[in-house]
Design a protein around this ligand. Sequence first.
Ligand code: PMP
Length: 354
Amino acid sequence: MNVRKWVRKEILEQQAYAADVINCQIKLDANENPFALSPPLQAKLLERMKAVPLNRYPDAGAPLLRKRFAQYYGVNENMLMIGNGSDELIQILCTALAGPVSDLLIPIPTFAMYRILGLNNGYHVREVPLDNAFDLNVKAIVEKISKKTMTLTFISYPNNPTGNCFSADRIETILDKSTGIVVVDEAYFNFSEKTFLPLLNRYENLVILRTLSKVGFAAMRIGFLIGPPELITELDKVRLPYNLNTLSQIAAIFFLDHEEMFLDQIHEIIRERKSLLEKLSNLEGIQPYPSDANFIFFSCTLDANNVCKQILRQGILIKPIKLPRSGQTCIRVTVGKCEENEAFIQALKSVITK
Ligand code: PMP
């Protein structure tokens, strides 16, 4: 069947996001928290979920969550919107702000969904490669963001996949000079502890994203957008009324009630990150970059695609990533549990010393 007459050009030209389900014993490709809930906590969560009337719609707009998380972030309730993962909030921003001619700017490499959702919504996606230190090329960005049609800039802070936080003063320059909204995506905040939250009062074009996906609830799809109340009011017109299901709303409250336990896991991941970085640094032909996130980005002298394939043969899934400027492919590995990281290092060693 020829669907070309019905489907928009921007969609026809795209590939669907490749999130294949690949069988593996050790999953280090998606920046998830490797630790499951302990059995007693799992039982406690299930107990709360059992009480849910599944025949009823969820609370529209998740008002209880908004209240609790607004307190948690130290902002007013009307500055917060809850999403089905932060992916949905990126989509809502793109849908609500797209005009007949709009530009969307991203530094590259960065999180793939900014580009995909921008293209889906008809934006001209302007990509500016990072400099050699993986920091923002602020001069090239400023040239583009002062255009009238510049609507949205997405900055992943820390950046996925490079793992670093860009210089805060460069982001502030972008906030100063941009005619559009600047989204600082703090998906990995818990691992960097660096935030632009205190700057919300200073910049009316600043929007911040957070998520519970990296801290232990990836399956539940819970994301947060924090920004000016006037903007939230408009974005709310695009959000579907029941976007966050009741079980996810319960999980989000559960996170707040048991934050200490999640933070313990995060501290363990940060300790493991240090040890994994040291081990990678000691390997011949491997150059890891320092990370503020729960993953490490590294280059290797061998063909990275092939290295990933061979490591998968040993049951470990990691992600190859192509750099835009040099065309070189590097690798991103999520920090796992101690024994998972050790198995990964052994597998990598066996591949590079073959
Ligand atoms: N932003 C960044 C920078 C990410 O890396 C990810 C997940 N890979 C997301 C947002 C999406 O998170 P969520 O699961 O909340 O949709």
